[in-house]
Design a protein around this ligand. Structure first.
Ligand code: NAD
Length: 497
């Protein structure tokens, strides 16, 4: 088994010490060893980033953007190789892996606009001979900590923008599927990024704690589960860092009686079961307004769930691969048992699935629960697997109350043909990202991504305009050039016009 290296100061480095196994979830076999960074290794990455910062912050934004143009090309040229690595370690299908990479590249394209997005704001003649402007300056060394479910896209939400804003970056990717993340960072160096500006360190809690505690790290971007997001937000802000910490989700789709049901079913199949339900924007609850809608929905979903094509992610033409780990599969199976014992109707049971030739893979078939109620654990908690829960309500208002009362507020959508219902939903729903007949309303790179309530800790969303604000500090400069030979008397009253 090969040892996956860190990337520090432009060099691939390994270290003696603790390691973790990286699995291929389709075969159930460990395929790589991963070093878990010590405090000393984290400090080396911080030192490299700190040393690279003065020159990088003074590099013209247009030159920084040129690196991103080349990076985009390299990512596109290496799409097949990257998708293969994602699929091998995460388990998602090759098509799904290519999709996440494309959505990641969108963020590189946005970062190519660095000279435009960093232009600042200027006001002439705010007073006699006085001009004022706001400058957006980099923070210094910033770090990102990312989850397993999007090893390419989520890191790309962070560092292209942080870097074109003039910062130096340390990425701590998920320890479960780090190879594609590392390859992508290597491509950024190949694109011409100076050494030390981008560093990748592997590790677990010890590595994350070292980043939180380091005074040189000025900001932390985190994406992962809610308990860890909350921890990183509390510990980071306590130390005066800027933190954006995106957490877990429970995303509801509301089906109105006037919805185009066939299209809603197609949309729900992809949104609930794509990537084995391991997406923070996956739809995990279908809220049906009226029993008629619920009965028709369940009748249409059942044959399609049973017909899902499931196998090794790296095979072509599949709908779903395995879950990421044996623990993830067992956790989801535990939720299914819990749902049954709490009285929900298990209409499709995906447990016990065996894939010929990959009998040791972490597979679980699609599952569907009907008659789920709000006090059940399968409703309240994030399952993060291929499980869709149907909840029956009597009105749109009841559906919205349900969603607004939920702990999470990441994404949601409504299927309807009625503009008034859609408008009310968009106005009143307490969720950060909303779709109307769009099941996965993941914002494009020139908007920003973020949930509400316990799906995000911090003030600014990820990437897009909020990302620029997160990775820069505003400096307001007021400048006077008195006219020659003029003399201004002292002014003791507070300066005003
Ligand atoms: P996770 O919280 O277990 O891990 C995320 C990162 O935190 C990893 O890099 C991991 O090494 C690190 N980590 C784990 N335990 C830690 C600890 N005790 N202290 C410090 N760091 C720790 O999440 P995951 O299982 O990799 O990813 C799935 C979760 O991420 C789901 O809850 C999903 O909803 C969420 N997610 C959210 C978004 C979003 O945008 N809101 C996007 C993707 C994933």
């Amino acid at each position: 088994m090969s040892l996956i290296p860190h990337l520090i100061n432009g060099e691939l480095v390994t270290e003696e010490g603790r390691t973790a196994d990286v699995y291929n979830p389709s075969t159930g076999q460990a395929i790589h060893k991963l070093p878990l960074a010590s405090r000393e290794t984290i400090q080396k990455a911080i030192d490299a980033a700190k040393a690279a910062f003065p020159a990088w912050r003074n590099t013209p934004p247009a030159k920084r953007a040129q690196v991103m143009f080349r990076f985009k090309q390299l990512l596109e040229q290496n799409e097949a190789r990257i998708s293969q690595l994602i699929s091998e370690e995460h388990g998602k299908t090759l098509e799904d892996a290519a999709g996440e990479l494309k959505r990641g590249i969108e963020n590189v394209e946005f970062a190519c606009a660095a000279p435009e997005i960093l232009k600042g704001e200027y006001s002439r003649n705010v007073g006699p001979n006085i001009d004022a402007w706001s400058d957006f300056q980099p923070l210094g060394v910033v770090a990102g900590i990312t989850p397993f479910n999007f090893p390419a896209m989520v890191p790309l939400w962070m560092y292209p923008l942080a870097i074109v804003c003039g910062n130096c970056f340390i990425l701590k990717p998920s320890e479960r599927d780090p190879s594609s993340t590392l390859l992508i960072a290597q491509l950024l160096l190949e694109a011409g990024l100076p050494k030390g500006v981008m560093n990748v360190v592997h590790g677990d809690k010890a590595a994350v704690d070292a980043l939180i505690e380091a005074p040189e790290v000025k900001a932390l971007s985190f994406v992962g589960s809610t308990p860890i997001a909350e921890y990183i937000y509390a510990e980071g802000t306590k130390r005066g860092k800027r933190v954006q910490a995106l957490g877990g989700a429970k995303n509801h789709a509301v089906l109105m009686p006037d919805a185009d049901l066939d299209n809603a079913v197609s949309a729900l199949m992809g949104a609930a079961y794509g990537s084995c339900g391991e997406r923070c924007m996956a739809i995990s609850v279908a809220v049906c307004v009226g029993d008629q809608v619920a009965d028709a929905l369940v009748a249409k979903l059942v044959p399609q769930i049973k017909a899902l094509k499931i196998g090794a992610g790296t095979s072509c033409g599949l709908d779903m691969g395995p879950l990421v780990s044996a623990q993830a599969r067992d956790k989801v199976s535990g939720y299914i048992e819990d749902g049954v014992s709490s009285g929900a109707s298990l209409v499709v049971d995906g447990r016990g699935l065996s894939v010929a030739g990959n009998e040791d893979g972490f597979f679980l078939g699609g599952c569907l629960f009907d008659n789920v109620t709000p006090e059940m654990r399968i409703y309240k908690e994030e399952i993060f697997g291929p499980v869709l829960c149907v909840v029956r309500v009597n009105s749109l208002e009841e559906a919205m109350q349900l969603i607004n009362d939920h702990e999470y507020g990441n994404g949601t959508c409504i299927f309807t043909r009625d503009g008034e219902s859609a408008r009310l939903f968009c106005d009143e729903i307490e969720v950060g990202m909303v779709g109307v007949n769009v099941p996965l309303p993941v914002p494009v790179a020139y908007h920003s991504f973020g949930g509400w309530k316990r799906s995000l800790f911090g003030d600014l969303h990820a990437y897009g305009p909020d990302g620029v604000r997160f990775y820069t500090r505003r400096k307001a400069i007021t400048q006077r050039w008195p006219q020659r030979a003029s003399h201004e008397a002292s002014q003791f009253a507070f300066p005003s016009l």
